[in-house]
Structure formats: structure tokens, C-alpha cells
Design a protein around this ligand. Structure first.
Ligand code: DGJ
Length: 562
């Protein structure tokens, strides 16, 4: 019997087998929950895309799941769009009250993800069997198709990739999906029987382009207090990247970016997760939700883990934190905990002359279900354990660590005592030799001293040995503790991607102290030299007003000096 959620651990069904329901979602029907997802039993690694089918599990407590078998089985007909050699991803199911049928939408693909179509299947019972009734591209909308277009969208309709379904309170169904060769998220109303896009397609009336040119994947919608919310991931194949939350007054938008809901350095890869669905926790106060995500295991996809994280909506937004275990009692309202006491020390490798990081520890506080750690007042991590290891502060910076005890449904304690830690003296140093306290980057992680494909960092015709390969849009924070006087860098777009263009800016303690003109990969790089005396928080940003595709921001020889 499972009695708590253990995100990231193998989750066994009632037969003792790992639950195979990836890229999935729940459907509440009658007195039970049904969990649909990709069965990746035969999907050994990311090169083998053998499809077993869509699985269906049933539960009445959300913790213990009975395998109801495949509700959509891969076909052995090579001509079938669900032949076992092809790709069936992110299946979702809605119950249609009008027809009494269960309707599944999924992303069907083949040929290196160039087929890119929606598959729609229908069943009479929640456990299936589902029969494929339609396979189609999305709404045809000329967004300026590229030429050549790998997915031939002008001829076949626009691409349909990562997807989700959403059922509004008024019974209207919506499909969210990625289109335009991965650039843009589309939202479309479903027909009354949920088996098609509402037609004739009229932009702004039956469908809309929701998040334009930002290359988002895994769109995950939910609704709270009349507002619509959408988690999404970046796009890095099976590798994790950062999550963003957006909010809109209507599924068609306008979608406002609320930023990254995770805290600290682990946010850059969302604690190794990618969203797939959100559901409201039954029996819990309004605003209590669960974030369902996959921790893909690219070397052995069938071992992909489920990560379910509880979250609570507050003031029109939320934050997400990785927890090792939790249960539904986490949503029970309780008073804010009292402040804990924190201790800290440097961590060493094998010599006291060689510190490698910081270890913080605190005492458990009654009623707390997690602890948020701050460095110089800036949230740098969260833990539901009683210790946290962090990277070293910058040389010579006295970093003051505090912790607050939190109850998800009760708020947070005042600050603990403060622990100051420091090593070395301020010295001229490359920022690429130090871990940022927070970073997110358009595609995946920030790279130090190399480009994405293993190349050197190239600006114009010069290769740089040191620097940050930060992509676009990106946002990187360092805590410089008032110990440094100058910031220098050579900035530009990575030359091997000639279409790259972006603005760069440097923020010091919340004030913008530098903004570049629009820099292009084809132009000479720009040298910058900025005074930062007394500055405690440095933030390096690169962004692009039109697209993030093929734009790689480079901060070469980015140094700070006392
Ligand atoms: C990320 C998507 O979200 C997944 O559903 C899957 O399509 C992988 N990419 C394939 O690389």
C-alpha cells in the first residue's frame, strides 16, 4: 500500500509493477480516477521509439493504482499511424457529457517528429478500448512558413506536437498544442463532441496563437478563480529545462509570463522534470493543486519517473518546490511555523585548503513541511529535509545564509538566525568559474567556457576560452556581496548561428546599469566595462523580442574585479 507520494522514486501499481503512464493526465469519472499515459515498456532508449500503446490505471485514493491494461494498443499494420514503430505521445482523455463517450487526443509522430499530427480516439468506457477516429494536422494558418519547411505545413496544415486538453466549467473543451515547427503554442476550441477542432477556424474566435515564437513545450493548463494558467517547459528533447508559468483571462490569451515557479539553482532543470498535467486536489481547500511531471530517463525511457508536486495558488500565482515525500494532509490549513535555527560550514574535498561548497543544516520545526534557504535575502534553495548543500559564494564575499520554515498551507516563519560564510579574498575572477545562484536559459542549461555543440565560444571571428554560453532568453544571477568594483565582458551572439540577434542587459540590485543595442551574430562583439562598487546582486539578461530560435547569447571573458 502506498501511503504517501514519493516524487522521483519508482511508483509501483497494485501488482508491484512500475506505473507506465508517461506524458499523461488524470480523468475523474464516477467514484474513480483514471490515469492515462504513454506505456514505454518497449521504449528502451531515446533512439528506439517502439510504441506499446496508451495505458490506463484506476484508483480511488490517487496513491494506489490498478493497471487496467492498454486502452489503446499499438497496431501491427505498418501503414497505421499507431504502428509500433511510430510515436504516440502525451495522450489525454475527456469525458463528453453530450455523447457519453470518452475522447482521447494524442500527439502522433514518425520520421524524426516530422509527421506531427493529432490523433483522436473514442471509447465507450474509461478503460477503453479506444478506437482511432481521426489523424490530422492543426489549423492551417500562414505564419510565414519557412522554405524549405521540414513539416510541409502549407500543404498538410500546421504542425501538431506536445499537447494537452482542458475542460472549462461551461463544458467547452480546448486543445493546447505546440505548432509552427515548435515555435508557437496554439489553443483551439473543440467541437461539442470533442473529436475535432471547432471549424471553420477563425483566429481569435475558435482558436488562437497563445505563446508566440518562444519554443515552449509540454503546455499544461489549469484554472483558478476565473483565471487560466499554463505551465510549459523549454524544448531540449528528453533533457530537462526550466518551467514557466503564464496567466490569462481566457484560454485564447493574452498570456502574461509570470516567470519560473521553481526556486534556486535547481530551477534551470525544474529538478529534472517536465510538466504533463495539473489537477485540483480533491477534498482540499480551493487553490490546492498537484503538478504532474515526468522525469524522463533518456538512456532508458521505460524507467522514466513520475514527479507529483503539491502547490497552492496565492495572489494569482504560485511556486513549485521539489519534495521527497508528501501526502494530502499537506493541504490542511495550519498556522505558520516558528523560525528554525540554522548552522553552516564550508564543505571540503580532501584538503582544508580546498573548499568545494557550503553545507547548511537546521533543526526541524513543528508544523513545517519545507525550508526555504536565503543567501543575502535571495531565495537560493528549498528542501523538505534538514540540510542543503550549495555551491561556494564568490571569493571574498561574506554570504549571509538564513532559512525560513514553511507550511504549504500555512505560510512561512520569520527569518532564522543568520550564518555568515566566506572563503578567500575578492580577486579578479571569471564568472564562468562560479555557479550562479539562479539561472535560466532559452534552451537547457547555461554552459561555461564552451558552446552547446562542444564548440568554442565564437564572437565575430574570435574564439574565446572563457565565458558563458547563455542562449536567449536567459537570466543569470550572482551574489557579489558588495565586494567587487568592476564588471567587464565581451558580449555578442554565437557566430556559427548567423541568424542570432538579442538585447543584453546588466542589472545591479534591481537597477538596469547597462542595455545593449540589438546585437547580431554577424556583427563585431561589444566590450563592456561597468562600475559595480557596493552591488550585491548582479543579473545578466539576454532576450529577443521576436523569437528565441537559433539565438545564443555569449558573455565572453565575463569577469568581476575588486
Ligand atoms: C520533449 C517532449 O515534451 C516529449 O513529449 C517528447 O516529444 C520529447 N521531447 C522527444 O524528444
Amino acid at each position: 500500500m502506498n501511503t504517501s507520494f514519493t516524487p522521483g522514486e519508482r511508483w509501483l501499481d497494485t501488482d508491484g509493477q512500475p506505473i507506465q503512464a508517461h506524458g499523461g493526465a488524470l480523468l475523474r469519472h464516477g467514484d474513480a480516477w483514471y490515469w492515462y499515459g504513454e506505456d514505454k515498456t518497449a521504449h528502451i532508449n531515446s533512439k528506439v521509439t517502439t510504441v506499446t500503446g496508451v495505458s490506463c490505471y484506476r484508483s480511488t485514493d490517487l496513491l494506489n493504482w490498478k493497471n487496467c491494461g492498454l486502452c489503446l494498443t499499438a497496431s501491427d499494420d505498418p501503414a497505421s499511424p499507431i504502428h509500433s514503430s511510430k510515436i504516440v505521445e502525451r495522450p489525454k482523455v475527456l469525458f463528453n457529457a453530450l455523447t457519453g463517450k470518452f475522447v482521447m487526443w494524442m500527439h502522433l509522430d514518425e520520421n524524426g517528429y516530422m509527421f506531427s499530427r493529432a490523433g483522436i480516439a473514442v471509447a465507450d468506457r474509461p478503460e477503453g478500448p479506444f478506437n482511432l477516429v481521426r489523424v490530422q494536422r492543426s489549423i492551417a494558418h500562414d505564419y510565414g512558413y519557412p522554405s524549405p519547411d521540414p513539416r510541409n505545413q502549407r500543404e498538410h496544415g500546421n504542425a501538431y506536437l506536445d499537447m494537452n486538453l482542458f475542460l472549462d466549467d461551461d463544458g467547452q473543451g480546448y486543445v493546447f498544442h505546440v505548432s509552427e515547427n515548435l515555435l508557437t503554442v496554439y489553443v483551439s476550441k473543440l467541437t461539442p463532441d470533442f473529436t475535432d477542432f471547432l471549424r471553420p477556424a477563425q483566429i481569435g474566435i475558435t482558436w488562437n496563437r497563445a505563446i508566440l515564437n518562444k519554443v515552449r513545450e509540454a503546455p499544461t493548463p489549469f484554472k483558478y478563480e476565473g483565471q487560466y494558467y499554463l505551465f510549459s517547459s523549454g524544448c531540449t528533447f528528453w533533457d530537462p529545462n526550466y518551467t514557466l508559468l503564464a496567466r490569462a483571462p481566457h484560454p485564447f490569451g493574452p498570456w502574461e509570463n509570470l516567470g519560473d515557479p521553481f526556486t534556486g539553482a535547481g530551477a534551470v532543470h525544474s529538478h529534472h522534470t517536465q510538466p504533463t498535467s495539473v489537477f485540483a486536489m480533491p477534498g482540499a481547500p480551493a487553490g490546492s493543486f498537484v503538478f504532474m511531471a515526468d522525469r524522463w530517463m533518456p538512456k532508458e525511457l521505460r524507467d522514466t519517473r513520475h514527479v507529483w508536486l503539491p502547490f497552492v495558488m496565492r495572489d494569482g500565482t504560485t511556486q513549485l518546490d521539489f519534495r521527497h515525500h508528501w501526502d494530502a494532509s499537506i493541504f490542511t490549513p495550519k498556522p505558520a511555523p516558528v523560525a528554525p535555527t540554522i548552522r553552516g560550514s564550508l564543505r571540503y574535498d580532501n584538503s582544508v585548503f580546498n573548499p568545494v561548497g557550503v553545507r547548511l543544516a537546521w533543526d526541524a520545526v513543528p508544523g513545517a513541511d519545507g525550508y526555504r534557504v536565503y543567501a543575502d535575502g535571495f531565495a537560493v534553495g528549498f528542501s523538505d529535509a534538514l540540510t542543503l548543500d550549495l555551491p561556494l559564494p564568490l571569493p571574498g564575499v561574506v554570504q549571509t545564509y538564513t532559512v525560513r520554515a514553511e507550511a504549504l498551507a500555512g505560510g512561512s516563519s520569520p527569518d532564522s538566525n543568520a550564518v555568515p560564510l566566506r572563503f578567500g579574498k575578492p580577486r579578479r575572477t571569471h564568472l564562468s568559474d562560479h555557479a550562479p545562484v539562479r539561472a535560466f536559459a532559452g534552451f537547457g542549461e547555461i554552459l561555461s567556457d564552451r558552446a552547446w555543440d562542444g564548440e568554442a565560444l565564437r564572437l565575430g571571428t574570435t574564439d574565446y576560452a572563457k565565458g558563458l554560453f547563455a542562449h536567449v532568453d536567459s537570466d543569470i544571477s550572482y551574489l557579489s556581496g558588495g565586494a567587487y568594483a568592476r564588471f567587464t565582458a565581451t558580449i555578442g551572439l554565437h557566430a556559427p548561428r548567423p541568424a542570432g540577434h538579442a538585447f543584453f542587459s546588466v542589472e545591479a540590485d534591481g537597477k538596469t546599469i547597462f542595455t545593449s543595442p540589438l546585437l547580431r551574430a554577424t556583427e563585431a562583439p561589444l566590450k563592456i566595462d561597468l562600475p559595480i562598487t557596493g552591488v550585491r546582486h548582479l543579473r545578466l539578461r539576454a532576450w529577443n523580442p521576436d523569437t528565441i530560435g537559433d539565438c545564443h547569447a555569449v558573455w565572453a571573458e565575463v569577469e568581476i574585479a575588486p
